[in-house]
Ligand binder design. Structure first.
Ligand SMILES: Nc1ncnc2c1ncn2[C@@H]1O[C@H](COP(=O)(O)OP(=O)(O)OP(=O)(O)O)[C@@H](O)[C@H]1O
Ligand SMILES: [Mg+2]
Length: 288
């Protein structure tokens, strides 16, 4: 591939000098001067200490939250609200409990918005894709089950299938596997990488799990808190076709350590540990 051509491509998501202040009696500068380009078909993960603005940034890109300065452009257009070009998946599976699995997947935003001019051909096409997505998620026999009959991991797979239904160009995921156990998480990691290859979407994925961030991402963006800002962007040196064994390699573990240390440094957690130590010492002395 001609490298000069790649450089000239417009990014899929362009964030420029972005700021977000939550007004109130004590205003919070959630984000300050964020600059980030995400390329088409790139997988970027966001990590950082709690409260550094990961969710806020994702929600702004998703059009669920307004920024207070700067600009965000997705697919060449300034973002002014949610759109079917962007789909979001959250930590807590938001399935409709009264719909079975296949209807949950079919019930996508695009179908709802265009309900009046829907033709039977549209519905048929949608059904074919819903079935295909259900297969892709490894749940072909679950079409008629209701969400309450599914495990957490299964519910999240249905939520991902539903998010993919309108063929969003951008998939925004906020700790989507945060509530799952470690084994299910591993399965989900390989599944989402498979989806990424197959659907050719652009993914921005928020997580507090550094291992997850490196295993999935092509770049890991580390945000620092107070005010929320980009601290470091790490290029992940591993290519496509990653396997779980990768997590045990020296290169992977070194990178994990480096990022974890940097998160600790930026979060001020060291001070908290000191405080805890002082408190336990004081408590110990009190007992004597
Ligand atoms: N609706 C809101 N009103 C006021 N302040 C808010 C609001 N939402 C978020 N904040 C503040 O903005 C900052 C960033 O919050 P955000 O939820 O984006 O952090 P985060 O990085 O996603 O944290 P976590 O890892 O805990 O999910 C925090 O200080 C938070 O208290
Ligand atoms: Mg969050």
């Amino acid at each position: 591939m001609d490298a000069s051509k790649v450089v000239t491509l417009a990014p899929k998501i362009r964030v420029r000098s972005l700021g977000k202040i939550f007004e109130g009696p004590r205003p919070v500068v959630a984000l300050e001067d964020i600059n980030l380009d995400v390329q088409d078909n790139e997988f970027v993960t966001l990590v950082g200490a709690s409260g550094c603005g990961k969710s806020t940034l994702l929600r702004i890109i998703g059009g669920l939250e307004y920024h207070t300065s700067g600009e965000v452009i997705a697919g060449g257009r300034a973002i002014s609200g949610p759109g079917s070009d962007r789909a979001m998946v959250f930590q807590h599976y938001s399935l409709y409990p009264w719909l079975n699995v296949i209807d949950n997947i079919r019930f996508s935003r695009r179908l709802r918005v265009n309900r009046e001019d829907l033709t039977s051909a549209d519905v048929e096409r949608a059904s074919g894709r819903a079935d295909a997505l259900l297969n892709l998620m490894g749940l072909p026999s679950m079409a008629d089950a209701f969400p309450s009959q599914l495990s957490g991991g299964m519910q999240q797979r249905v939520a991902i299938a539903r998010a993919l239904m309108p063929r969003p160009e951008i998939l925004l995921m906020d700790e989507p596997f945060g509530a799952l156990d470690a084994q299910t998480r591993e399965v989900m990691h390989d599944l989402i990488l498979h989806v990424f290859r197959l659907e050719k979407s652009t993914i921005v994925f928020v997580t507090h799990d550094v291992e997850e961030a490196i295993y999935l991402g092509q770049r890991v963006v580390l945000l620092a808190p107070r005010p929320g800002r980009i601290d470091t962007v790490y290029k992940v040196p591993f290519g496509a076709g990653r396997r779980q064994e990768l997590k045990h390699t020296r290169e992977f573990l070194d990178m994990k350590k480096e990022i974890l240390e940097r998160i600790r440094e930026t979060s001020g957690m060291k001070t908290d540990t000191d405080l805890l130590e002082r408190m336990s010492r004081a408590a110990g002395q009190g007992e004597e």
